[in-house]
Write a protein that binds this ligand. Structure first.
Ligand SMILES: *Cc1c(COP(=O)(O)O)cnc(C)c1O
Length: 401
């Protein structure tokens, strides 16, 4: 008999921490003022949204930041602002989340999926092959589940082939590659502040860039009307002269209520990232080296945020993995399995996006997703929770042999 056999886990994998008191107080002040719209300011007073954008730009060390209604919206506006047009092809990860191909499709552009490697990141060799064929001028790069590809290598490939990089940093807010923050590598970086990401306003997103013209277009797209002059983290008014009559309004602004909630969270982001990494290390330590469990080696240059952990069970077939996930679930451990034939809750497999034509066969992506499992590590967990999670995972794996 194994002593961990009766162990089960009782916390929710989707329970985030409360909004900091300071954010709640700021939100109440916004509500008392009645001025929730970002442009509804008294004289030249900056709004919470303006301040949040300035603080986010400063945090990342970029010139400009724009807060918007969601991460998916930020991606869509970023693609448009970077120049993607109807019918254009856009490279993107084959392993990503539904809003990524969705944003490309929304523009009337066409995603070209790039394969996945055993590190769970985009396959640079495949990217280079496709780039050589000149199949696309843009790459929408998702740092899926916080895994950063070798950004030096990726940047070299894209520079050599004149490919504009748009980063999807939904899982890498607070991360960096070799000291350079995620979101500052591409021409434009996109972030989400939806509840399950690293700062939480329910819904929300950002795009950031150092490019003046790109940012002027993004601000007008986001629904600035002729009030772009109120933005503090946007280019000077003169940059808008060239775009203000030719850029449509695709209304998707952030409001002051959300911004008020986010500002104190941004202040605490570094501290929170360190807490996520403690949880990640506590779990990783237990799982790495276990017979039957594969965890990719991560580069010393990859300073990721461990808000979730991925591992593979390369020796198990689909039926076994299904049973593994079910047994873990019965003991309170919720694992996402990206390889599931019928998607549950979300889609991350190319063949789930049947509105697209020509979904390619990418055997590596299919193999990686068929064996990969994902576990969330919300900050409402602690070290002792990670020990229980690891014990249950190992215990269930034992029964599979
Ligand atoms: C969450 C997410 C998005 C989109 O963010 P929303 O704010 O939900 O629109 C984009 N890409 C990835 C990889 C995500 O996980």
């Amino acid at each position: 008999m194994n002593e961990s056999e009766n162990l089960s886990f009782h916390k929710s994998f989707t329970q985030q921490e409360p909004i900091p008191e300071e954010g709640i107080a700021a939100a109440v002040t916004v509500m008392q003022s009645g001025r929730l719209h970002r442009y509804n300011t008294v004289e030249n007073e900056p709004s919470e949204t303006d301040l949040l954008e300035s603080e986010f730009a400063e945090y990342l060390g970029v010139n400009y930041a724009l807060a918007c209604a969601s991460g998916g919206y930020a991606i869509q506006i970023a693609l448009r602002s970077a120049g993607v047009d109807v019918g254009d092809h856009v490279f993107c990860n084959a392993y990503t989340l539904a809003p990524v191909p969705g944003a490309i499709h929304n523009l009337g552009a066409v995603p070209l999926f790039i394969d996945t490697n055993d590190e769970y990141t985009i396959d640079c060799e495949h990217l280079e092959q496709e780039a050589r064929k000149g199949r696309a001028q843009y790459l929408l790069l998702s740092h899926m589940r916080g895994h950063l590809v070798d950004m030096d290598r990726l940047t070299a490939i894209c520079t050599a082939h004149n490919i504009t990089v748009i980063e999807d940093c939904a899982h890498t807010m607070g991360a960096n590659w070799n000291g350079k923050k995620s979101g500052t590598w591409g021409k434009v970086g996109c972030f989400s502040c939806q509840t399950y990401k690293h700062i939480n306003s329910g819904e929300g997103g950002f795009l950031v860039s150092d490019d003046e013209q790109l940012m002027a277009r993004a601000v007008v797209y986001s629904g600035s009307y002729m009030l772009y002059g109120k933005h503090r983290a946007a280019p000077d008014d003169s940059a808008f002269d060239a775009v203000k009559y030719t850029t449509p309004n695709f209304s998707g602004r952030m409001d002051n209520l959300r911004a008020a909630i986010l500002r104190p969270q941004l202040n605490q982001l570094e501290k929170q990232c360190a807490r996520w990494n403690c949880l990640y290390e506590a779990l990783e330590r237990e799982l790495r080296g276990q017979n039957g469990i594969y965890l990719p080696e991560r580069s010393a240059k990859e300073n990721f945020v461990g808000s979730s952990l991925q591992f593979s069970l390369p020796q198990l077939n689909a039926a076994d993995i299904e049973s593994f996930v079910a047994q873990c679930s019965a003991r309170g451990v919720e694992l996402k399995w990206f390889g599931r034939e019928e998607p549950q809750g979300y889609t991350s497999r190319m063949d789930s996006w049947r509105y697209l034509q020509d979904i390619p066969e990418l055997p590596n992506t299919q193999r990686v997703l068929a064996h990969m499992l994902d576990i969330r590590l919300p900050l409402t967990f602690d070290d002792s929770d990670c020990a229980i999670l690891a014990a249950i995972i190992k215990d269930v794996l034992q029964t599979m042999r």
